[in-house]
Design a protein around this ligand. Structure first.
Ligand SMILES: Cc1cc2nc3c(=O)[nH]c(=O)nc-3n(C[C@H](O)[C@H](O)[C@H](O)COP(=O)(O)OP(=O)(O)OC[C@H]3O[C@@H](n4cnc5c(N)ncnc54)[C@H](O)[C@@H]3O)c2cc1C
Length: 359
């Protein structure tokens, strides 16, 4: 308890991951300073599709972390009422029927809330689909966190609990006798007991200043946003080459994939084409207007899985960088805070140490 009260932790990054870690640290009494170049809301976070899921395409061990994160969103929503979360469900048919059935069978056996649906049921779930699928999988427990509003709400509450949020660029970490003892922000030194790097695509350059190598790719992902419109979608729709949802303020948000499509050589033209597809897929969308597109750079560790751990041989440093940060944020915040303050590493994090890249 003594440690919890007195430890000063700097969190670099104010996207969904930095915000969640900062919030979980302040909740148990740590003294927290958040430093972010972008201000509250982050860099990848505002450009995210923001689907909370444990859907197909991942090994069971990663499914277990994701499903735990979904449960942690429910816990967080109880602890911080008013978070902009919607448990709107996801209707998925972006695989051929045989692979969709294999996904349904596998994930059902893992305990995922899969409902196999036919055309009639799909049309009940999403009445405005022009072509409802003959066979789809519906997962009622999937949802969405409006990403920037969620990160801002976490940071605002952390500030209320005493955290300090500073806008500024971290030039480098301060390394002394193998331990990180603080950061240099715009030429000024801030000392700390621990430094958390939750800086997304900016993380490799920061940790390199302490001699740590972080293998990260940053593939681009294009998403289109309509102007706010009357309700057309009840939940997430994951169709082949078209993933879409409707935001809390009524915007239809779509990508050729939830992770965003390839922007191509002319992102504006790619966005217009995608928007035309989106409009054509929805009944009643005649008046739907294109507003803007985003190209986000997804902080994706080289093997696709999160990096959430200390760095071997460097004290006082904790790294949390990942794709699927919207899904994972509440679990990562909780687990990271425990590990930093109490030295207790959650078993679900076992595969996600930076040391796996050392071989
Ligand atoms: C197109 C797209 C679609 C996606 N879809 C989904 C999805 O459906 N579901 C899902 O779970 N995930 C999705 N993701 C991934 C998810 O959005 C990211 O994993 C998440 O937003 C990462 O959050 P973060 O806080 O780690 O990083 P960021 O939001 O990038 O924040 C990084 C922070 O670090 C700060 N920073 C960086 N360098 C410095 C520095 N030197 N000094 C000070 N501050 C610094 C930045 O200013 C910023 O505040 C998607 C991402 C994209 C781009």
């Amino acid at each position: 308890m003594e440690n919890r009260v007195t430890k000063h932790v700097i969190v670099i990054g104010a996207g969904i991951i930095g915000a969640s870690i900062a919030w979980h640290l302040t909740r148990v009494g740590a003294r927290v300073t958040v430093v972010s170049e972008s201000g509250a809301g982050g860099v990848a976070t505002p450009n995210s599709f923001a689907w909370i899921n444990a859907s197909w395409g991942n090994p069971e061990v990663y499914f277990r972390l994701r499903i735990r994160a979904m449960a942690e969103w429910q816990r967080l929503a109880n602890e911080l009422p008013g978070l902009p979360l919607a448990w709107c469900g996801g209707l998925c048919f972006d695989l051929p029927p045989d692979r969709l059935e294999a996904y349904a069978a596998e994930h059902s056996s893992w305990g995922y809330g899969i409902e196999r649906v036919d055309r009639e049921r799909a049309a009940q779930i999403e009445p405005n689909l022009v072509v409802p699928p003959d066979f789809a999988v519906h997962v009622a427990e999937e949802g969405v966190a409006e990403p920037v509003a969620t990160a801002k709400a976490l940071l605002a509450d952390a500030e209320q609990r005493g955290a300090q949020v500073i806008v500024g660029a971290v030039d480098r970490l301060i390394l002394s006798d193998g331990k990180v003892t603080g950061v240099i922000v715009s030429g000024e030194t801030i000392g700390a007991d621990e430094v958390v790097v939750a800086a997304g695509a900016g993380a490799p350059a920061i940790v390199a200043t302490a001699g740590v190598k972080l293998p990260l790719d940053t593939p681009p992902g294009l998403i289109v946003h309509s102007r706010p419109y009357r309700k057309l979608l009840n939940g997430l729709v994951l169709a082949e080459r078209l993933h879409m949802r409707q935001s809390a303020e009524g915007r239809i948000i779509a990508g050729s994939d939830f992770a965003g499509g390839d922007p191509g050589e002319n992102p504006e033209a790619t966005a217009r084409d995608l928007f035309a597809l989106t409009k054509a897929a929805l009944r009643g969308a005649e008046g739907l207007e294109f507003d803007f597109h985003t190209v986000g750079y997804r902080p994706t560790p080289a093997d696709g899985f999160p990096i959430v751990s200390r760095a071997a041989g460097v004290g006082g440093l904790y790294i949390a960088v990942m794709h699927s940060g919207i899904t994972l944020a509440p679990a990562i915040g909780l687990f990271a805070a425990r590990e930093i303050l109490e030295g207790e590493r959650n078993a679900l994090l076992a595969p996600y140490g930076l040391e796996r890249f050392a071989q």
